[in-house]
Design a protein around this ligand. Structure first.
Ligand code: HEM
Length: 179
């Protein structure tokens, strides 16, 4: 399977970035809600955020790499035939994914910088974690999380609809192999 995409199949780089991003986003949503439901003094909250924060920075870097890849190196396959409104909605959802991922990463970094939680998570400080709600970026981070879930439902729902009802190979072309 070629590195770059063809007119009817995504290449290995695009497929790899897509599924690693999906895994990271599911882990980030799970760990984020788990952490936010805990007492600030809980040791488990520190442990969860010690994973959440590096993964959040990783998805940021991976998304920047994805943008660079599409702008400079690769071209998307042709859309499978579908009504214009569906094609437009799918483009809007894809664009919104970029906006929300970058917004979540920016607000996450903003929370860390403003609250000074870095040393508690990564510097061996034994202080209690701050109340992140005292810092403005916590609000868009919470809203973004819910928008992200809505986008995931629409995106995965559309992919499954194409796979099981339309049977047009849309999901298969975002997997390894040329099938
Ligand atoms: C796409 C990337 C990210 C996703 C999907 C994500 C997801 C989440 C979710 C779902 C929550 C819980 C929201 C709520 O309860 O309202 C959360 C909380 C949090 N996230 Fe993220 N996050 C991301 C990136 C980041 C980054 C880059 C950082 C830090 C550099 C970060 C730091 C935090 C912190 C400190 C909390 C607050 C926990 C609390 O309120 O106790 N996140 N995140």
């Amino acid at each position: 399977m070629p590195t770059k995409s063809s007119t009817n199949h995504y290449g290995t780089v695009a497929v790899t970035i897509h599924w690693i991003s999906a895994l990271l986003i599911f882990t980030l949503i799970g760990s984020g809600f788990r952490a936010s439901g805990m007492e600030d003094a809980a040791a488990a909250k520190v442990a969860i955020l010690q994973v959440h924060v590096p993964l959040g920075v990783t998805i940021l870097l991976l998304t920047l790499l994805r943008v660079i890849w599409w702008v400079f190196a690769d071209k998307k396959p042709r859309p499978v035939p579908m009504p214009t409104w569906q094609e437009r909605s799918s483009r809007a959802v894809h664009l919104l994914f970029y906006v929300v991922i970058l917004g979540m990463a920016a607000s996450g970094i903003g929370m860390m910088v403003l609250s000074g939680a870095g040393p508690v998570l990564f510097g061996g400080s034994s202080e209690t974690l701050p109340d992140f709600w005292k810092f403005l970026p916590r609000v868009p981070h919470g809203i973004g999380a819910r928008v992200m879930i809505a986008l995931l439902v629409v995106h995965a729902g559309a992919a499954l609809y194409h796979h099981f009802f339309k049977r047009d190979g849309l999901l298969r072309r975002m997997w390894f192999g040329t099938g």
